[in-house]
Design a protein around this ligand. Structure first.
Ligand SMILES: NC(=O)c1ccc[n+]([C@@H]2O[C@H](COP(=O)([O-])OP(=O)(O)OC[C@H]3O[C@@H](n4cnc5c(N)ncnc54)[C@H](OP(=O)(O)O)[C@@H]3O)[C@@H](O)[C@H]2O)c1
Length: 332
């Protein structure tokens, strides 16, 4: 069992004594830079010349500099630009610019684990990976809560990388929710797997298949939408709060009986076999290679899928129903 750490025993002064450059002001960059500022950390946001994010970042009271300038003055650099942009930014700006014995922090293990970035040996290389989107990282922090996070040290040149990782995690509010000591490999592989098998790939295809089944059997699309998509949030919230067993005990006996007897037929051995194959493709680097080919070619497969998805009946029905729900909400 993994040990889960909380704020008690973490040394906040370590990160507070460092000058931190956060590169990027997107989903995670905005949240993490603001959390650092509110935690009393000396932070500057690194944004490229002409960045559309400069004005919004400055409006929050954060200091902004171009990446090379921000990196040259920092003890700790947090790489919060899209994963596919990180190797070039590391090679062009961080490798030549970050001071000796500095620290480099990632929010996802991909580039280190799959060796797309091989950092200088004198650096501490740290992972602080939030289990939540940037919006939650900020919103939870403001409410005196936090999202959980995984931390790891890939290189510990200073001998204090673990302590610094925990201190940084403290500044993000992760110690209020739970910090797990992990590795870049474990984080990268489990994160990709969860996205593919459950959170994105699994869930969307499950909803789509169930919706199609009902519509093809002659049921109204609006009814199928509410039954198969809308209610997912209610169930997810219940599982989030009470766990799977607790959710099952809260629903009707009819629903619970259907769950036990029919669920294993939907997610049976073929689905479990597919999951094992998907995990193997992540572990052996096949998925990373396919992703890079897609990126290099300008996202041809993704563009086709986006058009195909927009044309689905579930999108048309859902768009109308969601708009009407919002109008109703606004008018009270
Ligand atoms: N999305 C999440 O909530 C989430 C959750 C967990 C972990 N992560 C990890 O967090 C990291 C950041 O992801 P993200 O989703 O926050 O990224 P993001 O929102 O897509 O990042 C956008 C920011 O990156 C900047 N940027 C893009 N290309 C750049 C370049 N070539 N040079 C300099 N700056 C560049 C953009 O600059 P401009 O403002 O100038 O356009 C913008 O400020 C990734 O490692 C990701 O895996 C993300």
């Amino acid at each position: 069992m993994a040990t889960v750490l909380y704020d008690t025993g973490i040394n906040p002064s370590l990160i507070r004594a460092r000058r931190v450059a956060v590169l990027g002001f997107g989903a995670q960059g905005r949240a993490q830079a603001l959390n650092l500022k509110d935690s009393g950390v000396n932070v500057v946001v690194g944004l490229r010349a002409g960045s559309v994010s400069r004005a919004p970042a400055e409006a929050t009271g954060l200091s902004v500099a171009e990446p090379a300038v921000a990196v040259s003055k920092a003890d700790v650099v947090v790489l919060l630009v899209p994963d596919e942009k990180q190797p070039k930014l590391y090679a062009d700006i961080i490798a030549p610019g970050l001071r000796k014995q500095g620290a480099l922090i990632f929010a996802h293990g991909f580039n280190i684990h799959f060796k797309r970035i091989v950092p200088r040996a004198d650096l501490d290389v740290i992972l602080v990976a939030p289990n939540g989107i940037g919006e939650q990282v900020r919103a939870q922090y403001l409410e005196d809560h936090g999202v959980p996070a995984l931390v790891a040290a890939h290189q510990d040149a200073s001998g204090r990388a673990r302590e610094l990782a925990l201190s940084y995690a403290w500044a993000q509010g992760h110690g209020r929710a739970g910090i797990i000591e992990s590795s870049f490999r474990e984080e990268a592989e489990t994160d990709l797997f969860a996205e593919q098998a459950v959170l994105c790939g699994g869930l969307t295809h499950l909803i789509q298949a169930a919706f199609d089944t009902l519509v093809q059997a002659g049921y109204e699309p609006e009814v199928a939408y509410f039954a198969c998509l809308h209610e997912v949030k209610l169930m997810a919230d219940m599982i989030f709060q009470h766990g799977i067993a607790g959710m099952r005990e809260s629903i009707s006996t009819t629903a619970e009986f259907g769950d036990y007897t029919r669920g294993p037929r939907v997610i049976g051995e073929p689905a479990r076999k597919a999951m094992r194959e998907i995990l193997a493709e992540i572990q052996n680097g096949q998925f990373a290679g396919e992703l890079e080919q897609e990126l290099a070619a300008g996202l041809p497969a993704i563009k086709v899928e986006r058009v195909r998805a927009r044309a689905q009946l579930i999108e048309k029905v859902g768009k109308t129903l969601r708009e009407r729900m919002r109008v109703r909400g606004r008018s009270g």
